[in-house]
Write a protein that binds this ligand. Structure first.
Ligand code: ATP
Ligand code: MG
Length: 433
């Protein structure tokens, strides 16, 4: 592909000022420049500042190779195999430094590998800044800012797209989605988060290629799904995922329960209530746990199997255990949910039975249990969705006023992808940058 010419936007024509950039990111850029390399702020941070949004992290692109970057910073580590990166650590802040990469139409080499259906499984062919711009996902994510000359470099007409609130995929949608199907999820997330419209070819292609999601590494998909639902607009993203058949591609068994065993729309209302509740908690800066989120998402299948197994004669508790196991097993083939979360999910589901055993002194024991609070929140959602008749939730609400659950048992863990933290765990299998 022919190298594009940069449109250069000088300091007096844009709103990026060093005051809005993390001092750590500036430090990294200056150190790289002093060592004779080029360094630019790139991607989401520029896009967000131009839109008046506070960036959640700062990514840097450079012509220095990962090993060279690593040598310059004692507080750094090399990560990734498929896609080598350097993380420079400043306390809890992580500045991600990526080397300019060439587009995937170069000949296959040991540094770059593609599967028969076009998916990139290794992507370490270094290139120029122009090539690096073209291999990013959306134009809005392909702007570069230099802290040395204060210019913005635009190789893809990004400034105009940002002004018009257009999410435009760089290159041919089919090819770009085949290389990395996660770009379909990113399209929906950015469109919703930024209030952009997705350019029509890129949007239509999503439904055509939704099934490609099945080829994404299941551990990566776990992280990507969390990012979707902790974005603060999870409910609307859920609607879009269903509209584009991405939901069924990632959650086939749950989608089947929704389509064929939910004539009253109760399961769907339940998921909606759960996601709305998550959106609200994010706005209030309350903790979100991946286990609760996945417990909500899988409930239509767990509940359906639970009812079915009881009708076959199993008592409610073993029926729940078997239903949970079966639902989890079928889900794990597409999304790898870590074991520690699976355990908590099962506890939340089993708590749905425990919460009905509130007679005598049992209530006092139940509020002491580790997943009481999550189970209670879950119960309220089921009532809200009309899956069970209201009443029990209210009973527990009142009971807790005189018998509060122990504070230390409440979970405060946040998923890695919350804005206040760095979203990518070390050595995560990032498909592309
Ligand atoms: P945010 O951090 O707000 O979610 P972001 O745009 O910064 O958004 P990151 O995941 O931090 O997203 O990635 C940084 C940049 O790397 C992106 O702006 C984009 O240029 C590029 N990028 C990330 N993932 C991909 C991908 N799957 N395909 C192509 N480019 C990507
Ligand atoms: Mg980012």
């Amino acid at each position: 592909m022919k190298s594009p010419q940069a449109r250069i936007i000088p300091r007096n024509e844009h709103s990026i000022s060093r005051k809005l950039i993390s001092p750590s990111a500036l430090k990294v850029m200056y150190r790289l420049e002093q060592a004779g390399f080029k360094a630019y702020l790139v991607g989401g941070s520029i896009r967000d500042i131009l839109l008046g949004i506070q960036p959640k992290d700062f990514d840097i692109a450079t012509n220095a190779h990962p090993e060279q970057v690593h040598k310059l910073f004692s507080n750094s580590r090399l990560i990734g195999r498929r896609f080598k990166l350097v993380h420079v650590l400043f306390g809890r802040e992580v500045i991600e430094v990526a080397t300019f990469r060439a587009s995937s139409d170069k000949e296959e080499s040991p540094s770059q590998r593609q599967t028969a259906d076009g998916m990139l499984t290794r992507d370490n062919v270094y290139g120029t800044i122009e090539e690096d711009a073209l291999r990013r996902d959306f134009t809005a994510n392909a702007l570069y800012y230099s802290a040395t000359d204060f210019n913005i470099y635009d190789y893809t007409n990004a400034i105009e797209d940002i002004e018009e609130k257009q999410l435009r995929l760089i290159g041919d949608p089919e090819e770009r989605y085949r290389e990395d199907p996660v770009r379909m999820l990113r399209a929906l997330r950015f469109a919703e988060k930024l209030g952009f419209s997705i350019e029509s070819n890129a949007e239509h292609a999503i439904s055509d290629f939704a099934q490609l999601m099945q080829s994404v590494a299941s551990a990566r998909l776990f992280d990507e799904v969390i990012k979707l639902f902790v974005s603060g607009c999870g409910l609307n993203i859920y609607f879009r995922l269903k509209q584009h058949t991405l939901f069924e591609a990632m959650f086939p068994a749950v989608a089947n329960s929704l389509a064929n065993h939910d004539s009253e729309g109760t399961y769907d209302r339940f998921i909606q209530a759960g996601l709305l509740n998550t959106d609200k908690r994010i706005k209030e800066d309350k903790p979100i746990t991946p286990a609760f989120l996945y417990a909500v998402l899988l409930w239509p299948e767990v509940h359906r199997l639970w009812i079915q197994k009881q009708s076959e004669g199993l008592p409610e508790f073993p029926a729940m255990q078997q239903a949970a196991q079966a639902a989890i097993e079928s889900q794990l083939s597409s999304i790898m949910i870590p074991k520690r979360f699976l355990l908590n999910m099962k506890e939340i589901w089993e708590m749905q039975i425990r919460l009905t055993k509130n007679h005598g002194n049992r209530g006092l024991q139940i509020v002491q249990l580790p997943r009481f609070r999550a189970g209670y929140d879950f119960l309220l959602l089921r009532e809200k969705a009309g899956e069970i008749i209201p009443g029990l939730g209210d009973w527990w609400t009142k009971f807790q006023i005189t018998n509060p659950p122990p504070e230390h048992k409440r979970r405060t863990e946040r998923p890695k992808s919350r804005p206040s933290r760095r979203k990518r765990p070390p050595n995560s299998q990032r498909n592309s940058n």
